[in-house]
Design a protein around this ligand. Structure first.
Ligand code: LIP
Length: 251
């Protein structure tokens, strides 16, 4: 099962995302019941239902290890490639029937992004990308925007579940966003990155975001000609991320 080319792996990830997305959008079996909640997060049964559909396909057809938001790390392999899955990014939106959520699948080689797929199942929009090769929306090539200044740029951001919301920290975030023309918080990091890749947004920034929230989107932004900067935090799998077209400097 090894030595598949990236196009084949992208096709398999796309099939997995679309199958899970069709289930979430249309099946009467979807269970929105909350099974875990914390101060700034909810987990619902549908996260696990979607994860099962995605993992069954990825594991059976590629045999590669997977790091997934709900299941954690599954499988080992001498191969440095690993799937990183968020079975519903924007869980709270999905639970409240706010149609801003998606399935995100990334393939990374050690700490380097390789390819990604994001499926917005309410709009039937499938974003995909391979680093250094290209990015597509429903098969049509996409490119990042050409906006060159923050004054004209639209920034997408968010407050993840582990965010530091002390006044000093929030003030420093507000200071950073002031130079942008507009800021949007849509509750899904993955969808925000997909929008950067196709030029609907110019930049995305989030602190303390979990790897599975951004692992699908970063390679799509890179494939679309953009850039991304990510620094690892002390907390496992947590990163500070900035992704944008190449004309915009860092956050
Ligand atoms: C979501 C992130 C989003 C963040 C939300 C949440 P989830 O992930 O993608 O950017 O602001 O609070 O953490 O939990 O829906 O997969």
């Amino acid at each position: 099962m090894r030595d598949m080319d990236y196009c084949t792996l992208l096709k398999i990830a796309s099939q997995a995302a679309v199958k899970a997305g069709k289930f979430l959008a249309h099946s009467k079996k979807v269970d929105r019941a909350v099974h875990f909640e914390s101060r700034h997060d909810v987990k619902i049964r549908a996260d696990k239902q979607s994860e099962k559909v995605v993992l069954d396909i990825l594991r059976k057809r590629t045999g590669l290890p997977v790091l997934s938001e709900e299941a954690g790390l599954l499988g080992t392999s001498p191969d440095p490639l690993m799937w990183i899955v968020d079975p519903i990014d924007g869980t709270l939106n999905f639970q409240r029937q706010i149609p801003l959520c998606c399935i995100s699948i990334g393939l990374w080689r050690k700490a380097e992004p390789v390819l990604g797929v994001i499926y917005d199942f309410y709009r039937s929009e499938l974003f995909s990308g391979i680093v250094s090769q290209g990015a597509w929306l429903n098969g049509v090539p996409i490119k990042v925007s050409r906006t060159a200044s923050k004054e004209k740029a639209v920034l997408f951001s968010g407050f993840p579940e582990g965010a530091n919301l002390t006044s000093g920290h929030v003030r420093s975030i507000l200071k950073g966003i002031q130079s942008y023309r507009k800021v949007r918080w849509i509750g899904s990091a993955a969808l925000s990155l997909a929008y950067v890749a196709c030029g609907r947004a110019d930049a995305y920034h989030e602190r303390d975001i979990m790897l599975w929230d951004v692992a699908g989107g970063i390679p799509i932004v890179l494939g679309a000609g953009g850039k991304s900067q990510y620094q690892k935090n002390r907390r496992a799998n947590s990163y500070n991320v900035f992704a944008a077209n190449k004309r915009l400097k860092s956050f």
